[in-house]
Design a protein around this ligand. Sequence first.
Ligand SMILES: Cc1ncc(COP(=O)(O)O)c(C=O)c1O
Length: 473
Amino acid sequence: MLSLPPRQSGTTLTQWLYEELRRAMLSGRLRRGASLPTTRALAAEYGISRRIVVEVFERLRDEGYLHARVGVGTRVSENLPEDSLAGPVSPSRPRRAINPLENLAQHAVHGWPVRPFRAFEPALSEFPVELWARLTSRCMRRAGGAILAGGDSAGLRALREAIAEYLGASRGVACSADDIIVTSGAQQGLDLLARVLLRPDDSVWVEDPAYPDAVEIFRLTGAKVVPVAVDAHGIDPKIGRARCPRPKAIYLTPAHQFPLGMSLRLDRRLELLQWTRKEQTVVIEDDYDSEFRFSGKPLPALKGLGASEHVFLVGTFSKCLFPSLRLGYIVAPQRWRDPLLRLRRQVERYPPGLPQLVLASFLAEGHFARHLRRMRELYAGRLALLRSEVGSRLGGLLQIPDVEAGLNTPAYLLGSMTSREAVERARRRELEVWPLERYALARKDLRGLLLGFAALSDRQIRKGVTELARALG
Ligand SMILES: Cc1ncc(COP(=O)(O)O)c(C=O)c1O
């Protein structure tokens, strides 16, 4: 309700109410556009006659402070009479009413709507928003107080169970709810692992090129990042051993190398697993977008290959559902569970309850599997279209490798143009592209662009490639 200071002696009730309401509006305590209580409610709250309140409201309305409309009630005017006296940038000008649903496009970090060739977003326009809204409302109504109270620092048990079931069926990882820690996206998973596993001067192998936000997380702990170049089959453990024989940890994206896209060949997976187990090196497997393989046999996770008690699997729902959900997970070996949970409790206590409950329902009721199937088909079509458009319009200039996975693809420059020049030219045409060199650590041989396709409609892909051909041609 509206809180007004008490009346001073010698002031009439009408004067008091008029002055205090006006003061509240001018100071911004009552914001522009804000609703006022009804005259009946205000009269009852302050124990005064309703006639006085009606009289004051009418005066304020006549003077332009308030406006009243049937069905909407009485609101503070968007323009107060004093505005004409104040300069255009008067610091004391009261703030506008806050409308959280206004200007939501500003919320999107990379801008909204998407432009070709946004690389890190799924097709958000295809997300089943109505279904998610229904589940959210149902979960909130049915869960009541239990979900409002604090939760488990490992995450909601029902969600961990649903994730374990999904990982068993789809990623070949036999695990239970007790092996899983729900995190705020993969990024928090990487942060928790880096802080628990690494000490200053420890060495960490990372693929070269690599996901920069993972590299940065490792550097923040004071660890030494050792880049190991990937070839057409991913990281080569022999090259890594020659550079740094005793790493404390290895960070990998074996299902779909970030950003080049190849998967780690089976013989290298086995060699890596055996050797790291013997050396007591931990492996951090970033499985960020493995849900999207469009051809060939599904590849189980490294964590699913057996003898992998030293492997941490990091997953996320950012790519397969939506990034602002901020939910992901770590499948952690039992001996590391307690230190990870202890750190989690210190930094965040537990993940937010309601989104976890909604996600658990989404998984348990089969919506997740359906959504993935639909998105896989959609993205496969979009990648095929991008490939054929690039082939026909940019044939001698760009080459897209044969990888059938993920939300984005590298496109290698074939001529003599540098990536920097290609990016500058593309950006002048409002295209969103990144040079592959941005992800390189030590190597100097990468020349190309990272192109997203998952978030783009067929029309946007065609138009984007036409623009890109104009830019690079
Ligand atoms: C390779 C890789 N790992 C991890 C992440 C982090 O994802 P999030 O923190 O949104 O779950 C990303 C996001 O783009 C990524 O590309």
